[in-house]
Design a binder for this molecule. Structure first.
Ligand code: F6P
Length: 374
């Protein structure tokens, strides 16, 4: 049966296009199907604590172009909620709220983590539909996520601007671009902005190869270089250590030993988070060229969504409402070409869309002479 009472929440890191999607879901639901919407504040935490706002014509007006999310967000997970200094499974409390509002369905807008949490709530008995958002573009089973295009534009513009200062000072400029686990944003903006070196988590890098590529440019008369690096990219040595510890952790059953290995992973993660700075210093040493680092950080998530993201978020939002009306639950509304496809949550949760080796963007980058650090 089609939904009438619908809950909505936004979870995970914020992303341009969230408000456009909320507006799409809400306006289509109010206007076409007489649905009623309640918005839960700050992700799954608001669902647990029963903190809400009404999503009506008034609150959904004027938000299409606004960045962030009018609902607020958090990275809290239903089964690992920080409560009173402990992490507790609060799925039942969320089910209570769902029942208190007599909801027919709950829509969760989020990235990879949200898809997993949503599946958990589905298995607890809720009717769930999700939408794929994240500037990282790493949600499985969808062509693209909303937020990505906006961040791509921001990162590309940043690379453009860094070009003129790098050129004037004959420097290496290393620019760190978001993407904890996947390199879509660094690769896309690196190709679009003409970065000379692009480093992504999918391809561990060799700092000597990068230095050689820069020195070769230098010998050819190009006395500056732009290095676009994903925050998750790391040198081969560190990647090998991390893989080895993860492999051991997968096999280890002894609790004490598991704890030790987890601690080791945290330490390696810290090393990784400092690797952009270390890379910049190493490149200066190896090439003799003055080097600077720029970390774009949260700039990439802020501000108004691009036209493409507004369109995508509105498209997926209104498609979601159609699915609500048809009572088709337990799915993520995936972008497929110009249309959409409902994909069962089981096929999305726990998976990540990394850049496949041989992806056309990688081939193009190599074809124009970009160094990928390998
Ligand atoms: O939105 C995804 C992302 O931008 C990642 O690239 C990044 O690692 C992460 O969010 C950081 O966000 P936060 O500090 O909000 O957890």
């Amino acid at each position: 049966m089609g939904a009438k009472y619908v809950g909505v929440l936004t979870a995970g890191g914020d992303s341009p296009g969230l408000n456009a999607a909320l507006r799409g879901i809400g306006k289509a639901g109010l206007g076409l199907y007489d649905m009623q919407f309640v918005g839960f504040l700050d992700g799954f935490r608001g669902l647990m604590q029963n903190r809400t706002i009404r999503l009506d014509e008034k609150s959904l007006s004027g938000i299409l172009t606004r960045g962030g999310t009018i609902l607020g967000t958090s990275r809290d997970k239903p089964h690992k909620m920080p409560v009173g200094g402990k992490y507790l499974d609060m799925t039942d409390a969320m089910m209570d709220t769902y029942e208190r509002y007599h909801l027919d369905a709950l829509v969760c807008l989020g990235g990879g983590g949200t898809q997993k949490s949503a599946l958990r709530l589905k298995n607890r008995g809720m009717n769930i539909i999700t939408l794929p958002k994240t500037i990282d573009n790493d949600v499985a089973m969808t062509d693209v996520t909303f937020g990505f295009d906006t961040a791509l534009g921001i990162a590309t513009e940043a690379i453009d601007r860094l070009h003129s200062t790098a050129h004037s000072h004959h420097r290496i400029v290393v620019v760190e671009i978001m993407g904890h686990n996947t390199g879509w944003l660094a690769l896309g903006s690196g190709v679009a902005g003409g970065a000379d070196v692009i480093l992504i988590p999918e391809i561990p890098y060799n700092v000597n190869e990068i230095a050689d590529a820069i020195l070769q440019r230098s010998r050819g008369g190009k006395r500056f270089s732009i290095v676009a690096v994903s925050e998750g990219a790391m040198p081969v040595e560190l990647a090998a250590k991390k893989n080895a510890v993860e492999e051991k952790l997968r096999k280890e059953e002894d609790e004490d030993k598991r704890e030790k290995l987890s601690g080791e992973l945290v330490r390696l993660e810290e090393e990784r988070s400092n690797s952009t700075l270390a890379l910049t210093q190493n490149l200066e040493k190896l090439t003799g060229l003055e080097s600077r680092v720029t970390i774009l950080g949260y700039l990439q998530r802020g501000g108004a969504p691009s036209a493409a993201d507004r369109l995508l978020a509105t498209r997926l939002g209104t498609a979601c409402t159609r699915l609500l009306h048809e009572g088709r639950y337990g799915v993520m509304v995936a972008a497929r070409g110009d249309g959409m496809e409902p994909v069962p949550l089981e096929e999305v949760a726990g998976k990540r869309k990394t850049i496949p080796m041989g992806h056309p963007w990688l081939e193009s980058a190599r074809s124009v002479g970009t160094c990928l650090g390998d």
